[in-house]
Design a protein around this ligand. Structure first.
Ligand SMILES: [Zn+2]
Length: 287
């Protein structure tokens, strides 16, 4: 069999692209796991990327120069898997592009997911609810705040495929989380990013982790300046007020946090920032 020079060149360049793509995937970690008492929480990454400060509301030029001098920041799209002795739970579903693959690489199947906790109804969180027109997690009971469900026609349409396995919840507050929906997991209202945005406190054997959904999108500037919101926030003022409260709460109580848009590893600690009054530092967990 003979190949022309052009065909050979095409084959060689295709092989090179495949090789580079596989290397890029190998060097790009997708999963990061921490222990919270008896519970394992894993970040399942779908996207890791650099973002632009154009989405910020009210950031001064000086703040941008100080906290993101090259005018870009690290961001992500992720879901979180909670694996306890009793349950396998997924918090959000990402766009639905890579989460199933990540679940499989943990030795699980989509059908193993017993509960889905939805922080809110934007496409990068509920895009994976459906697969081939049906429920992507057919064995799961879905928990979502009633406010969010009532607000979003898109989520109501997707959740129709889950039939009567949908439970509408009323999240608690920082001072009184709950009621517990899954053993060790309590919902807390964090409205503002969307009208029913909900965050989840995971607790086991005295250890805690706050999975805070979209409380922040740009950690580089929203940790030191929690009053800065983004254009994705439905109510920027309410979002800023809630961000300040939650940051203070986790900092005061030394509760690590996990966020859907925090760059890999997606999990870390919040400490007061002595250089920025009312601001905080995010210290990523050791990778
Ligand atoms: Zn989001």
């Amino acid at each position: 069999m003979k190949y022309s020079a052009i065909t050979l060149c095409f084959i060689m360049s295709s092989l090179l692209v495949l090789l580079l793509a596989s290397r890029a995937r190998a060097s790009q970690p997708d999963i990061f796991t921490v222990k919270v008492g008896d519970i394992e929480v894993s970040m399942l990454s779908e996207v890791q990327r650099d973002g632009s400060p154009d989405i910020l509301i009210g950031a001064s030029k000086a703040d941008i120069e100080k906290f993101m001098p090259d005018r870009s920041y690290k961001s992500a799209v992720a879901a979180y898997l909670i694996k306890s002795p009793e349950d396998v739970v997924l918090v959000d579903t990402g766009f639905g592009r890579e989460i199933e693959r990540n679940i499989k690489s943990l030795g699980l199947q989509s059908s193993d997911i017993r509960a889905l906790l939805i922080t809110h109804s934007h496409g990068d969180h509920i895009g994976g609810l459906l697969k081939d027109g049906g429920a992507a997690y057919p064995g799961a009971k879905v928990f979502i705040s009633k406010l969010e469900y009532d607000w979003s026609a898109q989520v109501r349409e997707s959740l129709a495929k889950y039939g009567d396995s949908v439970e509408l919840i009323t999240p608690g507050t920082l001072d009184a989380p709950g009621p517990e929906i899954i053993k060790g997991v309590t919902p807390i209202a964090a409205y503002g990013h969307t009208p029913g945005h909900t965050i989840f406190l995971v607790e086991s054997k005295g250890e805690k982790l706050m999975i805070w959904g979209d409380l922040t999108h740009v950690m580089a500037i929203q940790a030191p300046r929690p009053g800065i919101s983004v254009t994705y926030d439905s109510d920027p003022d309410q979002a800023a007020s809630v961000r300040k409260s939650v940051l203070k709460f986790v900092s005061d109580n030394k509760i690590p946090v996990a966020g859907m848009h925090i760059a890999y590893p997606g999990i870390g600690d919040i400490l007061p920032d002595p250089d920025n009054l009312g601001g905080y530092k995010f210290i990523p967990s050791a990778k």
